[in-house]
Design a protein around this ligand. Structure first.
Ligand code: FRU
Length: 484
C-alpha cells in the first residue's frame, strides 16, 4: 500500500464502512497484538496526549490515524483507567474537523478545571499552498465525553519561530498555571517557549520567554517538551530532533531525553543548574514521553514505544505503535528513575522459578537478581535453536547489551540492532516485561530502561539462560478483558 499525501489526508467521513471492516479483519490476523499494553484499535498510535486525572479517573489519549499504519490525519482517542494499568478506550475525541485543526489535532496536554477537562493542543492547519500554520488551541470535555472546542487561537505562532511550533503542555507550579511549547527558531534551532496564564485564565497566555535549560543549540526541533516537578526539582523531558551525537550519544533516529534542574526560577523561566542531557531510555524505541504531576504530587509518565519515520513489520497488518506501561518518576542520587506503577503487580497470575518455565505465551514478567561480578546471557523470544532477543549483562566489564537481530522479522536496520548501556559492578536487579511484541527492561528498579519492539516468529516463545547464574522469578501476566 502506498500512502500518498492525498490518501493520508482523506477526510474521515470519506472512508467507507467496508474499508474500515477490511482494516479490522486484517488487524485480527496479526500475530503481534499486545495483551496488556495500550495499542490502537485500528491504524497508527503515536504520542500520548492529555495524560491527566479527571473526576476520579486517570485519563490519557493517543494520537491516532485510524485508517492504516501511516502518519496521516491525526485525532485524539480517549482512554480511561482506575489503576493506571487497565485502560479502557472510551472514544474518538478530538477530530480534525475545524478550520484551525483541519490537517490534524496534534499533540498536547490536559488539566481539570471545574468539572471539565481542558485539552490544550496544536491545531495543524495547511492552507491552499500546503503552507503549515500551527495554532495552539483548546477544547473542553465533560464527564459524558462531549467536546466543546474553544473557537480561538490561544497561542499564536511567535515571530521568532518557523511553522514547527507545537505540543503545548500546561502545568501548575506553586498555584500558577504555565505552558511550554516546543519549536524551531528562525535559525532552525530547536527551543522551548514558556508562557504564563494571566490571572490563571487558561485562555489568556503571556510569553515569559525561552525556557532556559542550557540548550546546547544543536537540535533543529524540540518535540513534546514536558516539565514536571519531583521534590521541587524541575525535570524537563523532551525530544531534541537532530541533537548532535557529540553532545549525547544515541542510536535511535530521534532521541527522547531529559535534564534535571536544581530549582525553577519562574521570573526568568530558568531551570537553575541543569544537569547534562541524558537519554531517557536505552532501547530501540521510546519517544514523545508525556509526564505530569498527578494531584497526589507523583510524577507519572507514559511513552510511545515507536518512532517517527520508522516502518514496522506490523504495518502489514494495519497497526503500528504501543504505549509503554505507566511509569512513576523519582530522583535518587541525582538520577532519574522510571518504574511501572505498583498496580502492575496485580497482573501477576502465576509465579514460577525461572528455570521451570522455558516455554511461554510471551506475556510475562521476570524479576532477576544478579550478584556483583556476574555475567548473564539471556535469550527472550527464544526459538528451539536459542535465537531471539539476546540480553547480555557483564557486570565485571560494567555493561549491558541488547541485540534484536535474531528476534523475528528485521526492521529499521539502518539504526542498528544492538543497544548498550554502562552499569556499575554491583548487585543488579532486572524487571523484564514481555508482551507479544513489546519489551520493557528496568534495571535496578528504573535506574536505566531499555524499551522496544520485536516481531517474533510463531515459534519464538522460549526463555533461554545461555550463560550465568541467575536468581529469578517468572510471573505469568493476565490482564483480564482487553479493552481494545
Ligand atoms: C511527535 C509529533 C508531535 C506532533 C505529533 C503529530 O511524534 O511529531 O510533535 O504534535 O507527533 O502526530
Amino acid at each position: 500500500m502506498t500512502w500518498t499525501t492525498e490518501k493520508r489526508y482523506r477526510r474521515y467521513e470519506d472512508w467507507t464502512q467496508e474499508e474500515l471492516k477490511q482494516i479490522k479483519e486484517n488487524i485480527a490476523q496479526s500475530p503481534w497484538r499486545a495483551s496488556y499494553h495500550v495499542e490502537p484499535k485500528t491504524g497508527l498510535l503515536n504520542d500520548p496526549n492529555g495524560f491527566s486525572y479527571f473526576n476520579g479517573k486517570w485519563v490519557v489519549f493517543y494520537q491516532n490515524f485510524p485508517f492504516g499504519a501511516a502518519h496521516g490525519l491525526k485525532s485524539w482517542v480517549q482512554l480511561e483507567s482506575d489503576d493506571l494499568v487497565h485502560f479502557e478506550e472510551t472514544g474518538l475525541r478530538l477530530l480534525p474537523d475545524t478550520q484551525l485543526d483541519s490537517h490534524g489535532a496534534y499533540s498536547g496536554s490536559a488539566m481539570q478545571f471545574g468539572d471539565e477537562l481542558f485539552l490544550f493542543y496544536t491545531g495543524n492547519h495547511r492552507d491552499e499552498n500546503w503552507q503549515r500554520h500551527p495554532y495552539q488551541i483548546g477544547a473542553l470535555i465533560n464527564q459524558a465525553g462531549e467536546v466543546k472546542k474553544l473557537d480561538k487561537v490561544l497561542i499564536d505562532q511567535p515571530q521568532e519561530a518557523t511553522d514547527h511550533f507545537r505540543d503545548p503542555q500546561i502545568f501548575n507550579y506553586q498555584g500558577q498555571f504555565y505552558a511550554i511549547v516546543g519549536g524551531q527558531n528562525l535559525d532552525k534551532k530547536g527551543y522551548v517557549k514558556l508562557y504564563r496564564a494571566l490571572d490563571n485564565d487558561y485562555t489568556n497566555w503571556q510569553a515569559v520567554g525561552d525556557l532556559d535549560f542550557a540548550n546546547d543549540q544543536t537540535a533543529y526541533m524540540m518535540e513534546c517538551p514536558n516539565l514536571v516537578f519531583i521534590n521541587e526539582q524541575p525535570v524537563l523531558l523532551y525530544c531534541p530532533q537532530g541533537l548532535d551525537k557529540e553532545v549525547l550519544a544515541y542510536d535511535n533516529i530521534y532521541p527522547n531525553t531529559y535534564k534535571i534542574g536544581q530549582s525553577f526560577d519562574t521570573k526568568t523561566g530558568r531551570m537553575v543548574n541543569p544537569s547534562p542531557i541524558q537519554n531517557l531510555d536505552y532501547g530501540f524505541e521510546c519517544y514523545a514521553t508525556q509526564a505530569f504531576n498527578a494531584p497526589d504530587g507523583r510524577a507519572l509518565a507514559v511513552s510511545w514505544l515507536g518512532l517517527p519515520d520508522v516502518a514496522y513489520p506490523s504495518d502489514a497488518f494495519d497497526h503500528q505503535g504501543v504505549f509503554s506501561l505507566v511509569k512513576e518518576l523519582s530522583i535518587k542520587d541525582g538520577k532519574l528513575y522510571q518504574y511501572p506503577v505498583p498496580a502492575i503487580k496485580n497482573l501477576r497470575s502465576q509465579e514460577f522459578d525461572l528455570t521451570d518455565r522455558p516455554q511461554t505465551n510471551n506475556s510475562y514478567e521476570l524479576e532477576l537478581d544478579l550478584a556483583a561480578d556476574s555475567q548473564l546471557e539471556l535469550v527472550l523470544f527464544a526459538d528451539q535453536a536459542g535465537a531471539g532477543l539476546k540480553l547480555t549483562v557483564d557486570l565485571k566489564a560494567g555493561n549491558i547489551q541488547l541485540d534484536r537481530s535474531q528476534a523475528g522479522q528485521a526492521f529499521d536496520l539502518e539504526h542498528g540492532t544492538i543497544r548498550t548501556a554502562q552499569l556499575a559492578n554491583e548487585a543488579t536487579n532486572l524487571s523484564i516485561f514481555i508482551d507479544k511484541s513489546v519489551f520493557e527492561i528496568f534495571i535496578n528498579k528504573g535506574e536505566k530502561v531499555f524499551s522496544g519492539r520485536v516481531f517474533p516468529r510463531e515459534d519464538q516463545t522460549g526463555i533461554l539462560i545461555k550463560q550465568g547464574a541467575v536468581q529469578g522469578k517468572y510471573y505469568e501476566l493476565d490482564y483480564g478483558r482487553k479493552a481494545n
